[in-house]
Design a protein around this ligand. Structure first.
Ligand code: COA
Length: 170
């Protein structure tokens, strides 16, 4: 899938003690708040290794080209698996939405996963049924519903694999 020339370049930065406070400045529109785990919880999920001890949990800040923090993403990946590589959370701050940053950030996260975990043949996520905008974004990148739901929220799971995944890996 070719990258649109208008896609902005974003970068991922590991969350650490020097930058974690930027997470707490991120805000969503009220109707979006139930779609993603808020910053304190997203960090806690990484700290307690929510998916299990065999999963590596990584939190990232998303930075815009000028350096501003515009969102965050967390991943939970089992490096010994073929396709247990999850984007647990991803969000773009409300004031920066609809500028292409969400699509660009997803590409970066998927590229990071593929580069870090060489066994990866599938990237997964859960998207709430009511989150039509996010679902449209995921489908446009090649994610497909798996037909099952996640045990925590009973919301649909999606997977990106095969040629659609290959096309996004740099
Ligand atoms: C979902 C989210 C990350 C998208 O980020 P974004 O920077 O606004 O997305 P982009 O500008 O890159 O848009 C990508 C696509 O998303 C869809 N989309 C995003 N916001 C939309 C809106 N308000 N209305 C319609 N479509 C929308 C469109 O398909 C869009 O593609 P298009 O521009 O070709 O129409 C952002 O809306 C968000 O943080 N939402 C709240 C948290 C959330 O739902 N996270 C995902 C949990 S599964």
């Amino acid at each position: 899938m070719p990258m649109k020339s208008a896609d902005p370049k974003v970068s991922l930065e590991s969350v650490d003690r020097a930058n974690y406070r930027a997470l707490f400045r991120m805000q969503l529109r009220p109707e979006q708040e139930s779609f993603v785990t808020p910053p304190r919880w997203t960090l806690a999920r990484c700290y307690v290794r929510m998916f299990g001890d065999n999963f590596e949990h990584l939190p990232y800040l998303i930075r815009a080209p000028g350096g501003d923090v515009i969102g965050y993403a967390t991943t939970a990946c089992d490096p010994a698996s073929d396709d247990d590589y999850w984007i647990d959370d991803i969000m773009i701050d409300a004031t920066h939405q609809r500028m292409g940053f969400g699509r660009a950030a997803l590409r970066e996260v998927i590229s990071m996963i593929a580069a870090r975990y060489l066994r990866c043949r599938g990237v997964r996520l859960t998207c709430f049924r009511a989150n039509l905008n996010a679902a449209a974004l995921y489908r446009s990148l090649g994610f497909e519903p798996t037909g099952d739901v996640d045990p925590e929220f009973s919301e649909p799971n999606y997977i990106l694999r095969g040629p659609a995944l290959d096309a996004l890996i740099r």
